[in-house]
Design a protein around this ligand. Structure first.
Ligand SMILES: Cc1cc2nc3c(=O)[nH]c(=O)nc-3n(C[C@H](O)[C@H](O)[C@H](O)COP(=O)(O)O)c2cc1C
Length: 162
């Protein structure tokens, strides 16, 4: 039996917010209808076999649709795509309205202007507290544009300075 934590959720968020992440939009198109959500919890996991992972909240309305599709595309956002991130960090059925995108070979939306994309099939889904841990087996991937990433740090957006 685990004991109660010595911190509250605000402190958990505040401390973990010091870990800087890139931002992705994970997309799919079950029955041809595009869905997606902004995801910071993306990670490269294994080279052989090629695996990546992300962690959707159990409250995500897009995740059950992505799971039904059985495939997904990870779109790595470029620094100019803060508005794209805000759009996919919201709830709603109209996230793709007015947005340019094409389809990957497995049928998932590939957003215009992203730095890179990774096309996957769902390998496994494991419960992880109030989230799921989703492992994806990579089918195809490419760098789309030479540029800098959009970053997220302490609850705000940032850019990469060299
Ligand atoms: C920078 C950033 C990173 C995020 N990372 C995640 C994540 O890793 N997992 C997740 O479930 N939601 C994450 N979110 C929140 C979702 O994008 C947000 O809850 C969205 O409204 C979910 O949409 P849906 O209900 O259509 O799935 C993130 C939001 C932002 C702004």
């Amino acid at each position: 039996m685990s004991s109660a934590p010595s911190f509250d959720s605000a402190k958990f968020r505040q401390v973990l917010g010091h870990f800087t992440t890139g931002i992705t939009v994970v997309t799919a198109a079950p029955d041809g209808v595009p869905v997606g959500l902004a995801v910071g919890s993306f990670a490269s996991v294994s080279l052989d076999p090629p695996l990546v992972a992300f962690f959707p909240d159990k409250g995500s309305s897009s995740w059950p649709k992505i799971e039904a599709a059985g495939v997904f595309c990870v779109n790595i956002l470029a620094e100019a795509q803060e508005e794209v991130c805000r759009r996919f960090a919201s709830k709603g059925d109209d996230k793709f309205t007015g947005l340019g995108w094409t389809s990957t070979a497995s049928g998932s939306p590939l957003l215009d202007g992203v730095l890179a994309w990774i096309d996957c099939e769902i390998d496994s889904v494991v419960e992880a507290g109030d989230h799921f841990c989703v492992m994806g087996r990579v089918r195809d991937l490419a760098v789309a544009h030479d540029g800098a990433p959009l970053l997220f740090f302490r609850g705000g957006y940032g850019r990469f300075a060299v």
